[in-house]
Design a protein around this ligand. Structure first.
Ligand SMILES: [Zn+2]
Length: 111
């Protein structure tokens, strides 16, 4: 009989079940069994970050969402924001040509 290979999620589940205290990379709250946990990349893949364990961190799904997309109020400081800025500075995003809306003019008053 061959041994089963364990997935990341299975290993985390076993470790948490054994009582391991693993804090979320973002909020520092210890994970609880059953919580949704995601692997994130400290330096975003889109910005040249490596997909190697040195660049991996584990955080709650929601904590990861906030760092990826920003908060409800702003995207400043988020990964999306950083990626867009780098692309803009590299000239990878072509500026959109603004279409001029023809003026309808004003009707002359006829009194
Ligand atoms: Zn968290």
């Amino acid at each position: 009989m061959t041994r089963r290979r364990a997935t990341e999620g299975q290993v985390l589940k076993v470790l948490l079940g054994q009582g391991a205290v693993i804090p979320c990379f973002r909020c520092r709250t210890a994970f609880v069994v059953g919580e949704k946990i995601e692997r994130e990349h400290v330096l975003e893949l889109a910005l040249g970050g490596s997909d190697e364990p040195e660049n991996w961190r584990y955080s709650h799904l929601d904590c990861h969402k906030i760092i990826t997309n920003g908060s409800k109020a702003t995207s400043a400081g988020s990964s999306k924001h950083r990626i867009a800025k780098v692309r803009r500075l590299r000239g990878e995003n072509k500026p959109r040509i603004k279409r001029k809306i023809p003026s309808r003019g004003f009707e002359k008053r006829t009194k």
